[in-house]
Design a protein around this ligand. Structure first.
Ligand code: MTE
Length: 315
């Protein structure tokens, strides 16, 4: 497999140096082995549901015709710091993570605040396959056949107030079940946000599966955000809270390293990361680098959301 050659930027590089050094100090107390052992002891059953087929998944006109990466690529090369900071750790450490029962709390500027069981929240008859190009801020890319529902349809049902301008998403906080949360690389729980028009855009989905099956734990089970024109870190995993607000949320990576990661995080080959170029990318499984496209190739659909904005400042 070529995928092990893919990383050009290592976790130690993407992670702000001060945080990385803190992590290394911490390693004596919570080594990778300790994290793995804690994961193995966490309550719950094995990932039996991970290979469960999702019925009646409709095709979508929004899918790319590009060839998806293999199931193996997509499920063994992950960023999910709650289960370890190396790419191969989430697949191992999230194996026994329990994703049922699972509730999602809806709060803030919305007419229907409350707590919803995920199986009432996402109705199986609404599921669509969306094959999307995904571009990580670390300059690799991947094509994923997600299964999910448009976030817009969920938001319409929840009925936010006109004063709601942003949506914030929060990942589960449970350092017993998510042992990486005991390692202070990032501030937990992981938080992400979108402007309301970005959230309502037809390309934005909540994913509950991939390759026609229930979402594997390491990819953000039971439910995660997918925004294909933004860097992968916007795609927050294992969501337990959705909050509507009138102020721009502070996202996790923005808090960790505000000079390096902004709120917008739109894929933009002409705005380099302060420590590396974003002009090209390596598709997992390929040798030759590709040119990165503006808005990850989705400019025709999304550029209008940002007209008049200086995308160098609003990175
Ligand atoms: N969500 C949470 N809660 N924790 C994380 O560490 N990593 C992000 C994003 N969502 C992350 C997360 C990053 S950096 C990327 S590139 C994508 O998840 C990776 O998604 P994938 O593993 O399904 O490819």
């Amino acid at each position: 497999m070529l995928i092990r050659n893919a990383p050009d930027i290592r976790s130690s590089e993407i992670t702000p140096k001060s945080l990385y050094l803190r992590r290394r100090e911490f390693i004596g107390a919570a080594s990778g082995a300790a994290v793995a052992a804690a994961a193995a002891l966490a309550p719950g059953h094995a990932d039996a549901q991970a290979r469960t087929k999702l019925p009646n998944v409709a095709k979508s006109k929004y899918s790319t015709s590009e060839e998806p990466n293999s199931y193996e690529d997509i499920t063994t090369y992950n960023n999910f710091y709650e289960f370890g900071a190396e790419k191969d750790e989430p697949a191992v450490n999230a194996r026994r993570f329990q994703t049922r029962p699972w509730t999602i709390r809806v709060e803030g500027l919305v007419k229907t605040p409350g707590t919803h069981d995920i199986d009432a929240f996402i109705k199986p008859h609404m599921l669509e396959e969306r094959i999307y190009r995904m571009r990580c801020v670390e300059a690799w890319s991947i094509v994923v056949p997600w299964v999910g529902i448009p976030l817009a349809s969920v938001i319409k049902q929840l009925d936010p107030l006109p004063s709601a301008k942003f949506v914030e998403f929060v990942t589960l906080y449970d350092p017993i079940k998510m042992p990486g949360q005991r390692v202070p690389i990032l501030r937990y729980p992981y938080v992400e946000g979108l402007r309301m028009d970005e959230a309502m855009h037809p390309l934005t989905i909540l994913a509950v599966g991939l390759y026609g099956e229930v979402l594997p734990n390491q990819n953000g089970a039971p439910i995660r955000l997918v925004v294909p024109w933004k860097y992968g870190f916007k795609g927050i995993k294992s969501i337990v809270r959705i909050r509507f607000s009138d102020t721009q949320p502070k996202s996790t990576w923005e808090i960790s390293a505000p000079r390096e990661y902004g709120f917008y995080a739109n894929v933009n080959p002409s705005v380099d990361h302060p420590r590396w170029s974003q002009a090209t990318e390596r598709r997992l499984g390929e040798f030759r680098r590709r040119k990165t496209e503006m808005f990850n190739g989705y400019a025709d659909q999304v550029a209008g959301l940002y007209s008049g904005m200086d995308l160098r400042r609003n990175y």
